[in-house]
Design a protein around this ligand. Sequence first.
Ligand SMILES: N[C@@H](CCC(=O)N[C@@H](CS)C(=O)NCC(=O)O)C(=O)O
Length: 200
Amino acid sequence: MRLYQIPGSRSDRIRWLCAELDLPLDLVTVDIHALPDELIALNPCRTVPVFVDGTHVMTESVGAMLYIASRHSARDLAVAPDEPGYAEFLQFLELGEAGMLSPLNAIISSKFFGPPGATENFTAQAIVKSLDGRIELLRRRVETGAYLAADRFTIADISVAFAVKVAVKMLRLGDHYPPEVTAYAERMMARPAYQAIAQY
Ligand SMILES: N[C@@H](CCC(=O)N[C@@H](CS)C(=O)NCC(=O)O)C(=O)O
């Protein structure tokens, strides 16, 4: 299995999962400003990560986590359809990317690559505000349980904890986030597997 990665980016989700499972990954570190032709040939979206397993090429970090967990029979790290926590598992697995990190791409671009004040525009403010709703959804979940689904650590926790980390540590949006949410993310990221690959 090969992973085109940028340390500290969504590729960390896949690295974190492989560290949990003790699976070897062939890492290719790339520069987002100078993506190699090899990556562009695999991924016309020109995004990172790109995960390759034989003839399979995946450009979605959450999809790649589900693939790895299924292929490597990591039953504990996913939740099966006949388990009670299945609905919550799917919900939070998706939330981390579709509901949280994907909308933040616009904020990341405007903060790091846009003109001064770009993050102050209406669209950027609307995205940040919408994230607050997702944080409240998360708060309600973590106030009643240590994990997001099935009372155990799963890839839904990797999906969401990584999104919270980007919001809090990279974008500094977390000043008003409830302590339950930041404590939950810190607890997930204190796991030895994440500590072994964490960049910041
Ligand atoms: N939904 C994709 C998003 C991938 C993505 O947007 N990656 C970022 C880096 S973490 C990127 O490549 N941004 C540059 C761009 O969108 O042009 C995933 O979960 O892997």
